[in-house]
Ligand binder design. Structure first.
Ligand code: AMP
Length: 540
């Protein structure tokens, strides 16, 4: 049959090419690690990304090879997003908050060949470099003037030297849109880090859907500041969406405290931002303590953890900033649902509106969802019945980088427990998976339990996440002592020192006579979570 449409693969490089040709003048502003402000345009970004693509080629990076980053949100990180993926290699964004042992394991599992990092992380990289045999080149994302005089990393390369050393006459290659583009590890479902590999196709489709009015509503008229890190599921896709629509981008670098963010919002006329509730707690506290107001900010996207109704209320009623509550996962690139209002609900006000906006929202085209009972039977969308949430779609993981296929009949089990109402709004009610999320980052409860169990006075240990006013959730250690023993709090917590990252150490320890067990002998952590709900929220 004649008359078919053109076949153009959906490639990440096409987003950058579009931004360069059609939004070349739009600015990208970054607060650097050094504290100063850097600004340039999409035109500059595109030229430097091509230079870095050449530089990577010269370092021997071939198609499919992994290039890792340990970096804040900034223009050099953005250049690598496009240089690496655009050339056919795989960008692997590492989470610097992980314990060095975990980082070394992840780099080995991914077989990263190059590691690019911000100077903040120089001590961390120096400490683990000897344990990263796959890494052939280490690149400090800095200029010559900021290179260390001495370092424990042999042959350390300078990012700006690499960029200067190559021309921008690089032509982005064309290849199959199903080729891998980027890689992110998550320990969100079982506690063990697993690689989620995105493709060019999944990324571009996610970008197109994510920018829609009922999702992030991104356009050339916005000035967007992603607080969500570029090492956390590609900053929720904002670095791609911004290129697609030509939005001005503002990158905060490492300064994520309330004061620094507020000053950047005001100085650059930020209209849209995105991040986890913990960040907004700090921002709201700063704004309220200093009697400030937002002069340009219109909307904020809150996700990664449930947005408390009080936060919705504070932004909307006190500061005139509309909140979009969203839910997603590393395995979903990450956007799963966003809570924009359907016309039937848009007229609601007060508490009713807050109740809807507190839900995690509805799916855009490209994702489908259902809730199921323990036998996999689909449950009704009545807003009351809860079951495990399963999803599928164009940007939902089919398989982890390694390990068994997690999907059930083509549906990915999220490990979240939720309801869905008659309008299709999903609300998370619990978590089936055994992990704790604190300030947007995962803590492995099983790792903590194993450490606790190794203590000579402990017979049984459960580690649960309980609500916390600042961090959303913090670990609480519940232990059954051995007969005749009474381990103290400090003694137990000291036992974790040096074995896990400091922020993983539980906030408190409670001693109990018994931990409730289910029919199969599994600890019923949902009952413990219920029992200790208020433990770290005494005034709630
Ligand atoms: P990550 O893969 O680190 O992005 O974590 C994804 C998980 O974070 C989800 O499976 C949920 O358990 C949790 N999560 C993300 N967004 C929300 C939200 N808006 N409300 C409640 N939990 C959320």
């Amino acid at each position: 049959m004649n008359g078919l449409m053109m076949q153009q693969p959906l490639l990440i490089s096409a987003l950058l090419r579009h931004a360069e040709r059609h939004h070349g003048e739009r600015e990208i502003v970054s607060r650097r690690v050094e504290g100063d402000i850097h600004r340039y345009t999409y035109r500059d970004l595109a030229a430097r990304a091509r230079r870095m693509a050449r530089a990577m080629e010269a370092l021997g990076v071939a198609s499919g090879d992994r290039v890792a980053t340990l970096a804040w949100n900034g223009y050099r990180h953005m250049e690598l997003y496009y240089a690496v993926s655009g050339s056919g290699a795989v960008l692997h964004t590492l989470n610097p908050r992980l314990h060095p042992d975990q980082l070394a394991w992840i780099v080995g599992d991914a077989q990263d060949g190059v590691l690019c990092f911000d100077s903040t992380f120089l001590p961390l990289v120096e400490a683990v470099a000897a344990r990263l045999p796959s890494v052939r080149h280490f690149v400090l994302m800095s200029d010559r003037a900021h290179m260390p005089a001495e370092t424990g990393i042999p042959g350390l390369l300078c990012y700006e030297d690499l960029c200067d050393g190559h021309g921008d006459d690089y032509a982005w290659p064309e290849f199959d849109e199903n080729r891998a583009s980027s890689l992110c590890y998550t320990s969100g479902t079982t506690g063990n880090p697993k690689g989620v590999l995105y493709s060019h196709r999944s990324t571009v489709l996610h970008t197109m859907a994510g920018a829609l009015p009922d999702v992030l509503d991104m356009s050339a008229r916005e000035t967007v500041l992603p607080v969500v890190p570029m090492f956390h599921v590609n900053a929720w896709g904002i670095p791609y969406m911004a290129c697609m629509v030509g939005a001005k981008l503002v990158f905060p670098g490492p300064a994520l405290d309330g004061k620094s963010l507020y000053e950047l919002f005001e100085a650059e006329g930020v209209t849209l931002t995105a991040g986890v509730p913990t960040v907004w707690q700090a921002l709201l506290a700063h704004v309220e303590a200093n009697d400030l107001h937002f002069s340009t900010m219109r909307r904020t996207v809150i996700g990664g953890a449930a947005c408390p109704p009080a936060m919705l209320d504070a932004f909307q009623e006190h500061h005139g900033v509309e909140v979009l509550h969203a839910w997603g996962m590393t395995e979903l690139s990450p956007i799963g649902t966003a809570c924009s209002l359907k016309p039937e609900l848009a007229a609601l006000g007060g508490k009713q509106r807050l109740a809807i906006q507190s839900k995690q929202g509805r799916v855009p085209f490209g994702v489908d969802m259902k809730i199921v009972d323990a036998d996999g039977g689909e449950l009704p969308w009545d807003g009351k019945t809860s079951g495990e949430l399963l999803v599928r779609g164009h940007w939902v993981l089919a398989k982890y980088l390694r390990g068994p296929d997690p999907c059930i009949d083509g549906w990915f089990p999220t490990g979240d427990v939720s309801t869905i109402d008659a309008y299709g709004y999903m609300q998370i009610t619990d978590r089936a998976k055994d992990v704790i999320k604190s300030g947007g980052e995962w803590i492995g409860s099983i790792d903590l339990e194993n450490i606790a169990m190794a203590h000579p006075k402990v017979a049984m240990a459960a580690c649960i996440g309980v609500p916390h006013p600042k961090w959303d959730e913090r670990p609480l250690l519940v232990i059954v002592p051995k007969p005749g023993e009474e381990p103290g709090r400090d003694e137990m917590l000291a036992h974790f020192e040096g074995k896990v990252a400091r922020w993983w150490i539980p906030d408190d320890v409670v001693l109990v006579d018994a931990i409730p067990l289910g029919a199969t002998g599994k600890m019923q952590k949902n009952r413990l979570r219920e029992q200790f709900r208020q433990h770290l929220m005494p005034n709630a």
